[in-house]
Each structure stands twice: as C-alpha cells, then as structure tokens.
Write a protein that binds this ligand. Structure first.
Ligand code: FAD
Ligand code: EPU
Length: 334
C-alpha cells in the first residue's frame, strides 16, 4: 500500500480546490481497502470528488476508491441484476447498460462521480433516482471490517438523501451496488426538456440510447464542464415547503415555478429563488454562480473552499430574508 503524505487534492475534487490531505491512499481491491483502514487517523472516502467542498486541509487519511468490476448476478427473460463495484465511473457504467439496451438508469447519464457514491445521496435527474432500480448494495463497516448487505429499503432513500448521508455517515464504505435493469425498457421521457429534445429529432419511439443521448446533450449545453470551470453541480437542494406557504409566495410572485409532491408539499427550484435574489451570474472574488444556472456555484480560478462556503452562506441569507425559505446544502463539506 502506497501512502502519499501531504497530497494536494486539487485534481481529486471537481471544484478544483487546492486543499491537501495529510495522507492519501488509492485502493484497487478489498484487501487494499482493509489495509488502508488500519489507521488512527480520521478517514475520508473519496470517489470522483464531485460532491465535496474542502474548506480546509484534511487532517486525516483520504482513501480514494478505485475498486472496479462489473458482473451479471442473475437474469431471466425480463430483467438482469448487474453488480458494479464502487470505484467504477458512474457514467461509464450507465453507458455499459445503455449499450445493451437495458433500461433503468439511462436518465442518469453523465452524472459525474463513482458508483459507490451514487447511493450516498440517491442521485437523481430527469425524473429518475437510483432508488428506482437499486436492488441492494454491499458496504464495509469501517470500525469492524465486516461486510453488510443493505436492501434498497434499508438504505432509507429520499430526495438527495440516504442512511449513509445521515445516521451512518462516515461509518460504511460502499463496496458495490446491484441494479435491477429491464430487458423491455419502459422509457421515461416525461421531463419537459427531454421530451422536447426527442421531438426536435422526430423520435417518437425512443430507445434507452435515444434518451441517454438526449440527456447527454441537454446536460452538456446547460451545465458547466467541471474540467474547465470548477463546480459540484447543484450546491443546494430544491426546498420543499407546504402548500399554504407556497400559495402565499405565489400571490406575490405569480411566476414562481413549482412541482407538487405527495402530502400537500411543493418543491420550488432553488435556482429560481437564488436568481430572484439577483445572484444569477454574480461574481464575488474568485467565486460566483454560473450564468446559465444560479444553483451552481463555480470556482472562477483560485477560490478557496472557505470563500465558496462564505459565498454560499450569503446566498442562503438572502433567500431566507426575501422568501423565508431555508436552503439546505447538497454538497458535503470537509
Ligand atoms: P465524492 O464527491 O467523492 O463523495 C461524495 C460523498 O460521498 C462524500 O461524503 C464521500 O465521503 C462519500 N462517498 C464517496 N464514495 C463513497 C463510498 N464508496 N462509500 C461511502 N461513502 C462514499 N448529483 C445528482 O444527484 N444529480 C445530478 O444531476 C448531478 N449533476 C451533477 C453535475 C455536475 C457538473 C457535478 C460536478 C455534480 C453533479 N451531481 C449530481 C453531484 C455528484 O455528481 C453526485 O453526488 C455523485 O454521486 C458524487 O460522486 P463522487 O464519486 O464524485 O463522490
Ligand atoms: N431556474 C431559474 N433560474 C436558474 C435556474 C433554474 O429560474 O438560474 C428555474 C427554472 O424555472 C427551471 C427550474 O428552475 O425550469 C428547474 O431548473 P433545472 O431544470 O436546471 O433543474 P434544477 O431543479 O435546478 C435539478 C437537480 C439537478 C438535476 C436536474 C435535472 C437538485 C438540487 N438539482 O436541478 O441535479 O440534474 O434537476 O433533473 O435537485 C445535482 O444534484 O447536482 C444536480 C445537478
């Protein structure tokens, strides 16, 4: 096992923050992982670093997950159970399934990061979340080294959340995830922009590949490429409020976009709230929001994590003052 001391994490987080780790270890199999966990230092599991913000140097051991492998567990005439190891790149795994015309995760094309981190926040986009197809996952308990299987139900998935982001935060290393994919895909192209894009191409009976391609195009045109402009996708979650309070806001702002969700709750796009506060495309020092999407905070060059954190707090204060709504962060801070 190779331990690198005082390693810069700049190349290992999509925000491009130049923090360092006291120790940095890359693991390629379970034995290396078990060895890497033998330390008294604090541990940070790192995948693609696309949902983290380093606000200071990390004083412990960063374990970078490169445990790879994809295998078919079982299949019948209708479905296939496919297991991917946590260090696989999520989008490459999606393409592997799309190229076999298997349905279930095509709407999650081009989301950065690894398979192992995907259950952490139940990644979602364009009307799909991984909870819809995740059958189970295997995770190694950091304290004991024991490997435990979690069914999808036991993961307590919610909107951008799971048991691993809450009660079990930093307690388990997700080793693999198994997905139940369909050989007769039911296409979900209900999301406005996806439907429009297929319509423009005159595709009336889309395949999973058509949907994946449409989503890749939409995402490439509206999200900043983190290789050029540092970011971690949506910085905040879209807030959920009760209908009564929503109607009050709508009286004052009739154009407020909204999505009804169960139990009389309404989801409002945080990007709209932030834009209404005048923050879309705003620059502050080395940071700012993306001009096409106010929910994405960007690194304009050499921002520190602390600068980004302070800017995000300014946004939260403004949205709270103007709308009385608290924005919760999606990104994980270290
Ligand atoms: P990291 O950033 O490395 O880690 C994130 C968290 O998970 C950390 O707390 C880490 O300790 C923990 N973790 C990582 N691996 C493991 C593991 N194996 N076991 C246990 N814990 C682990 N997200 C969406 O849901 N939908 C989107 O549409 C979306 N779009 C994005 C677009 C852009 C341009 C970017 C930059 C990000 C976007 N994201 C989106 C966020 C991000 O891609 C996802 O959260 C992704 O799953 C993070 O994967 P990662 O490997 O980079 O995780
Ligand atoms: N909007 C504005 N101004 C902005 C940005 C958005 O008014 O600057 C409004 C528009 O009305 C727009 C609506 O917000 O129609 C929704 O915007 P968008 O379609 O870009 O989606 P989002 O709600 O901002 C969410 C996810 C994304 C996911 C997309 C597509 C969250 C926090 N974000 O974004 O996930 O890719 O939907 O499904 O739920 C991520 O989690 O990192 C992420 C990128």
């Amino acid at each position: 096992m190779k331990i690198i001391d005082n390693k810069s994490l700049k190349e290992h987080n999509t925000f491009g923050i130049d923090a360092s780790a006291k120790e940095f270890v890359t693991v390629k199999n379970i034995d290396e992982l078990k060895e890497a966990l033998q330390t008294d230092l604090e541990i940070l599991i790192l995948g693609g670093g696309s949902n983290v913000l380093f606000t200071k140097d990390f004083p412990g051991r960063v374990i970078k997950n490169e445990i790879k492998g994809i295998s078919t567990v079982r299949e019948n005439d209708n479905n296939v159970l496919i297991k991917a190891m946590g260090g696989e790149v999520w989008h490459e795994f999606v393409l592997y399934t799309v190229n076999q015309n298997l349905g279930g995760i095509e709407n999650l094309s081009l989301i950065p990061g690894t398979v192992g981190a995907a259950p952490m926040q139940n990644i979602g986009a364009y009307g799909t979340e991984i909870k819809d197809t995740l059958e189970s996952l295997e995770a190694l308990e950091i304290e004991t080294g024991a490997i435990k299987k979690f069914t999808a139900n036991e993961c307590n998935f919610g909107y951008r959340s799971s048991i691993f982001k809450n009660e079990l935060k930093n307690k388990f290393f997700i080793i693999s995830a198994t997905f139940n994919l369909s050989k007769s895909p039911i296409i979900n192209a209900s999301y406005g922009k996806v439907a429009d894009s297929l319509h423009e191409k005159a595709i009336s009976n889309p395949t999973v590949k058509d949907v994946s391609d449409a989503i890749i195009n939409i995402r490439s045109s509206k999200l900043p490429d983190w290789r050029k402009i540092g970011n971690a996708g949506s910085f905040f979650k879209n807030p959920v409020i009760n209908k009564k309070y929503f109607l009050k806001i709508k009286q004052k702002y009739p154009d407020v976009p909204s999505f009804e969700i169960p139990e009389n709750q309404i989801k409002i796009p945080a990007g709209w709230l932030i834009e209404k506060c005048g923050f879309r495309g705003k620059t502050k020092g080395n940071t700012g929001t993306y001009e096409k999407q106010a929910l994405i905070i960007i690194n304009k060059g050499n921002a520190t994590g602390l600068e980004i954190l302070n800017f995000s707090k300014e946004i939260q204060r403004c949205v709270k003052n103007k709308f009385g709504i608290k924005l919760d962060t999606e990104v994980n801070f270290y």
